[in-house]
Design a protein around this ligand. Sequence first.
Ligand SMILES: CCCCCCCCC/C=C/C(=O)SCCNC(=O)CCNC(=O)[C@H](O)C(C)(C)COP(=O)(O)OP(=O)(O)OC[C@H]1O[C@@H](n2cnc3c(N)ncnc32)[C@H](O)[C@@H]1OP(=O)(O)O
Ligand SMILES: NC(=O)C1=CN([C@@H]2O[C@H](COP(=O)(O)OP(=O)(O)OC[C@H]3O[C@@H](n4cnc5c(N)ncnc54)[C@H](OP(=O)(O)O)[C@@H]3O)[C@@H](O)[C@H]2O)C=CC1
Length: 286
Amino acid sequence: MNGLPPALAAGLAMLPDGTFAGKTVMVTGGGTGLGLAMGREFARLGGRIAIASRSEEHRAKGVAAIRAEGGIAEGIALDVRDADQVALAFDTVEERLGPVEVLINNAAGNFPVRAEKLSPNGWRAVVDIVLTGTFLCSKAFAARRVARGESGAILNILATYVDGGAPGHAHSAAAKAGVRNLTESLAIEWAPDGIRVNALAPGLFPHDDHAPAMRSRRPDGYEAEKTRIPAGRVGKTQELGWAATYLCSPYAAFVTGHMFVIDGGDRLNRSIRNPEFEPIRDQLPD
Ligand SMILES: CCCCCCCCC/C=C/C(=O)SCCNC(=O)CCNC(=O)[C@H](O)C(C)(C)COP(=O)(O)OP(=O)(O)OC[C@H]1O[C@@H](n2cnc3c(N)ncnc32)[C@H](O)[C@@H]1OP(=O)(O)O
Ligand SMILES: NC(=O)C1=CN([C@@H]2O[C@H](COP(=O)(O)OP(=O)(O)OC[C@H]3O[C@@H](n4cnc5c(N)ncnc54)[C@H](OP(=O)(O)O)[C@@H]3O)[C@@H](O)[C@H]2O)C=CC1
């Protein structure tokens, strides 16, 4: 399990070429990090990618990365917390790329903070982006799919701390746990309409786009983390792309309401080695 698959080095897609040809895929927060990695994988398989987020700089970076690989991408201004902006974003994507057939609810806010120091606004910001934003985008998506009488797929990006919580992440973990439950409700409700709703729970996937607050505070970065994770390494972002494209593809037509965990066994908490231990509370900002 420790070795990287050769296909990763070769930059290969997992599914057949053209699996998403002619389909429009909206990725919220798709200009950076994991969202961009997933968008690149959908684009490799022929999908037309709408990168929807607040920052023009992030959107432009994501669009350029996908176009540089020969893919089709457009940037769409969106704050997922605002229902009017969500409606406008779906309309704009439809004009530019065609109706959205796949929605990746990837946008998130998070900053590690001791819960007793988290302000009401800080709590609201994270819960609104993660939980309310996922609901608003899912609702707008499904309303359009149902009106057209056409099927679709939604993928909600969680985090493995939906089970068990995490010190310093009370706001994010609670919001993500809410999204997990929402995934299940919507999967049942929209299954008769041909809309599948699944979730992808990543473990640790460090990347260069992370905001300073989200970077490891340890001088050795993620080296110690690697010894804690049973697989002996952190995740590679393209691995999420493979999982996301599978879950939204016709090969997963009978999969809905599922949470797919991709974490190298981290959540099982069975360390095969014993790293130097530093309590997570002690790693949080003062
Ligand atoms: C460790 C290793 C991990 C290792 C990595 C572990 C990975 C764990 C899994 C990862 C999960 C993720 O979600 S990773 C995704 C992370 N990406 C992001 O967060 C990018 C987007 N984030 C943002 O835009 C901002 O951070 C966020 C605050 C959420 C939203 O921005 P807004 O402009 O809407 O809000 P603001 O007005 O700036 O702030 C709203 C309130 O939040 C407070 N606030 C903002 N930042 C704060 C902070 N660092 N500490 C305390 N409080 C903060 C402000 O003071 C405000 O409260 P008042 O002063 O009271 O008004
Ligand atoms: N990296 C990791 O190890 C892990 C990540 N995750 C999850 O993966 C997903 C991606 O995280 P990651 O790539 O690491 O982090 P990033 O910070 O790189 O990505 C977050 C994205 O969300 C967008 N965003 C934030 N707020 C809003 C908003 N209100 N409206 C629209 N877009 C918004 C940002 O774009 P902009 O600023 O342009 O709005 C940004 O592109 C998240 O759901 C996260 O919780 C889960 C577990 C581990």
